[in-house]
Design a protein around this ligand. Structure first.
Ligand code: ADP
Length: 753
């Protein structure tokens, strides 16, 4: 073991010593001041205690005048032969300086040994351009330690001129004193910097110090002895030291390489993740190449992003410095030598290019004396810069993708057609606003659920239609009736477009159209045909029957019976004609109320007379009618008003039990006359009160189903009433009864209007 620990390389010390002393109150400055005082006292003691003492060992084949300068040079060389070893983030610097001190102390008289130690150290520190605080600390530390070494070695071992047991004991104890002083000084400064207690630092460093001291002692003693007795062997003595130094250097370089590889690996992860790309790239590259500055000058922004080793975790954005502005167009990796600022020793620049896209340049810079960058670094940096550019281009793609996706999302959300997407498991991945409205199932409730669990399909035969696609038929359109959570049924048309990988479903995009209306209209149409056929056939049967009777046995029938048969035929034929007229009228009606105007003639008629005639025509005792004793002139077409009133009263009779009366009353207000037709029938469900006025709508209840009808009466009545300037309205309570009201304008007001 020929190396010794030097405080110079310990990272904490380097940093602290590099910091300019700010005030006399700075604890580092205080410590250094005290240390220098102590060192001065110890040095004085070493010189005063043994003023005329010669060297411990004597007989080196060199003239006395040469010995001191030679050992000063040796000490200097030993100190600058530093090997730096990394321990994780810390750097341990090993030198032969302490071994040289042992040689100095053995071969020189005390005051000369002190001089050689101090001069060699100062020369090395100056050459290494150490900051002043650090020079003072090291000087104080080693002067104190070497003084202790000298005092103990001479006090115990004396100066017999040859190596005997006492000398050995003296050097041994001297080394212990040296190491102790050195360790205490180190602990003092490290505890200021790290805040750790001195004792714990001493404890953790003691073992290493003992190893170092042993190696140092052995090297120093052996070298001194060989120098005395076989100086020709001295170069051979240096060989193991050089070999070990070389081995350490290689090991240190390997450790550096490993650390760099680890950082580059981290960098490749960072590039792959594309998260916080520029910052991570700069920090990792700076640390991997162990440089002071890593910089990016991006074309898109006129700034330089700079990661500075002096502020390790930070990234600053600054206006592009002059020396970078000059090289920001570099299209090949380049060493920049011209126009560098004073504090920059080396600068390399590589372009950031991926395919035909260029993003700018990346640069590394080294401050201070040491050069750290060679073409090797440049060839490593170039592909990294390309990788960064590729990642940047990737994230541009990603940004574009995100933008496209959000546009698509907006389209999906604004589409009136419902859209949803299923994954390979049939689980919902996307559920648009429109589908949420149609199904009354919110996006939050749908996401991640299986479609087959989410939708309630009341008809078991239709359940299988929810997922109809196969690899052979990836597109399919099906119709399904679902029951919403609120109980309402909706008919949905699902148009599937699935993607398969082999036989495995990957994705299924489904466009949904609410077909409820169309479906109902379709059903109504077929119901209508059935109903109309039935309605037409019903009167036709008695007509044909009576015609047959009249034709075969007409002359034999009593006159009264013949008349009755003819009256019945006429009545049924009139009914049929009304029916046909209703159908024609309804088919002509568009959506606007005034579509009917051509079928309604304007005029003034006594509405009381209209109602009276309806009641007479219906000829049933179930109608309880109360009319004013005077005419009630209203703006109307007599026949159309008759048609409407007849429909309302007819419905009231039709949709209430035979045993219940139908009340017909007339109300007058300032402008209008109202005919209220009240019954005590089943009533109409609230949600159908408006629907009964739609074309062909019939309430689906047993009462309606057991009575004949087309679902056109109320539709036509309301349109006719509106065409006459009035309306038909309804109020109804289920299982209690309904009141249909025909409202028309009073004639005198209508005329005025
Ligand atoms: P139709 O009577 O030929 O079916 P309408 O248009 O006159 O056609 O009536 C539409 C529907 O309104 C009827 O099928 C019936 O279900 C309901 N409705 C009409 N009037 C009444 C009423 N007075 N009481 C209960 N339901 C009625």
């Amino acid at each position: 073991m020929t190396a010794s620990a030097s405080p110079a390389g310990r990272p904490g010390v380097t940093r602290a010593a590099g910091r300019a002393p700010t005030s006399r109150g700075d604890p580092v400055v205080r410590l250094v001041t005290r240390l220098c005082l102590l060192a001065g006292l110890l040095a004085l003691a070493a010189m005063l205690l043994f003023p005329h003492r010669g060297s411990v060992l004597r007989g080196v084949g060199l003239p006395d005048a040469w010995l001191l300068p030679t050992l000063v040079v040796l000490t200097f060389l030993a100190e600058i032969t530093v090997v730096r070893l990394r321990h994780g983030d810390a750097v341990e610097a090993l030198s032969l300086y302490e071994a040289a001190l042992i040689i100095d102390v053995l071969l020189l008289p005390p005051h000369q040994a002190l001089l050689a130690a101090v001069l060699g150290l100062v020369a090395a520190l100056v050459v290494q351009r150490r900051p002043i605080v650090k020079i003072l600390f090291n000087l104080g530390n080693f002067t104190a330690a070497v003084s202790a070494l000298i005092v103990v070695t001479h006090a115990v071992g004396g100066a017999p001129g040859t190596l005997d047991a006492r000398v050995l004991a003296g050097v041994l104890l001297g080394s212990i004193a040296f190491t102790t002083v050195n360790l205490v000084c180190m602990a003092a400064i490290l505890s200021i910097i790290t805040g750790e207690s001195r004792l714990s630092i001493i404890r953790s460093e003691a073992r290493l110090s003992v190893y170092m001291a042993t190696g140092t002692l052995a090297t120093g003693l052996t070298t001194a002895e060989i120098g005395l007795h076989a100086p020709l062997l001295l170069p051979f003595m240096a060989m193991p030291a050089l070999a070990v130094t070389y081995a350490y250097r290689t090991a240190a370089q390997e450790a550096d390489e490993r650390a760099r590889s680890a950082r580059l690996l981290e960098l490749s992860h960072a590039l792959a993740e594309r998260d916080d790309l520029e910052r991570r790239f700069l920090h990792l590259v700076r640390d991997a190449f162990d440089v002071d500055l890593a910089m990016l000058v991006l074309d898109r922004a006129d700034i330089a992003l700079i990661a500075d080793a002096q502020t390790p975790g930070e990234l600053s954005a600054e206006p592009v410095p002059h020396h970078l502005a000059a090289v920001r167009d570099a299209d090949t990796p380049t060493f920049v030598a011209q126009d560098l600022p004073d504090d920059i020793r080396q600068l390399v620049v590589v372009p950031l290019e991926a395919g035909d896209r260029r993003f700018g340049v990346a640069a590394l810079a080294v401050r201070g004396r040491r050069t750290k960058l060679s073409t090797r670094e440049l060839t490593l940096l170039a592909p990294l810069a390309n990788a960064l550019a590729a990642a940047m281009r990737g994230s541009e793609h990603l940004d574009r993708l995100i933008e496209e996706t959000s546009k698509l999302h907006a389209v999906v959300e604004q589409s009136t057609e419902g859209i949803f997407m299923l994954d390979g498991d049939g689980r919902i991945q996307m559920w648009s606003r429109a589908i949420a409205e149609v199904t009354d199932i919110a996006d939050a409730a749908a996401g991640g659920r299986r479609l087959t669990e989410l939708l309630d399909v009341p008809d078991p035969d239709e359940y299988g239609r929810l997922l109809p696609v196969t690899a052979d038929h990836p597109r399919a359109t099906v119709e399904v009736t679902i029951r919403r959570p609120d109980g309402e049924r909706r008919r949905l048309r699902l148009s599937h477009s699935a993607v398969f990988s082999g036989a495995t479903l990957v994705r299924d995009v489904v466009v949904v159209r609410d077909m409820t209306r169309e479906h109902r209209t379709e059903r109504l149409k077929s119901d209508f045909i059935a109903t109309v056929s039935h309605e037409l056939r019903t009167p036709l049967t008695p007509i044909l029957g009576y015609l047959h009777l009249l034709r075969t046995r007409g002359d034999r029938l009593a006159e009264q019976k013949r008349q009755n048969a003819l009256a019945l035929i006429a009545d049924r034929a009139a009914h049929m004609s009304r029916l046909v007229e209703d159908l024609l009228l309804a088919s002509r009606m568009g959506d606007a109320d005034d579509d009917l105007t051509p079928h309604v003639s304007a005029g003034t008629h006594d509405l009381a007379a209209v109602v009276r005639q309806v009641v007479n025509d219906l000829g049933t005792p179930r109608i309880d009618v109360e009319l004013p004793g005077h005419p009630v002139p209203a703006a109307c077409d007599f026949d159309r008003a008759l048609q409407v009133a007849s429909n309302l009263i007819g419905n009231a009779l039709k949709y209430s039990p035979e045993t219940e009366d139908v009340r017909v009353r007339m109300r007058l207000d300032d402008d209008h006359v109202h005919v209220d037709v009240s019954d005590r029938g089943r009533g109409i469900p609230a949600d159908q009160l408006e629907k009964v006025f739609e074309k062909f709508h019939r309430v689906e209840d047993p009462m309606t189903m057991s009575t004949s009808g087309t679902g056109l009466g109320l539709f036509i009545s309301r349109r006719l009433a509106r065409a006459m300037g009035g309306d038909v309205t309804v109020s109804s309570t289920l299982n209690v009864g309904s009141v249909f009201t025909l409202t028309l304008r009073r004639a005198e007001h209508a005329a005025a209007g």
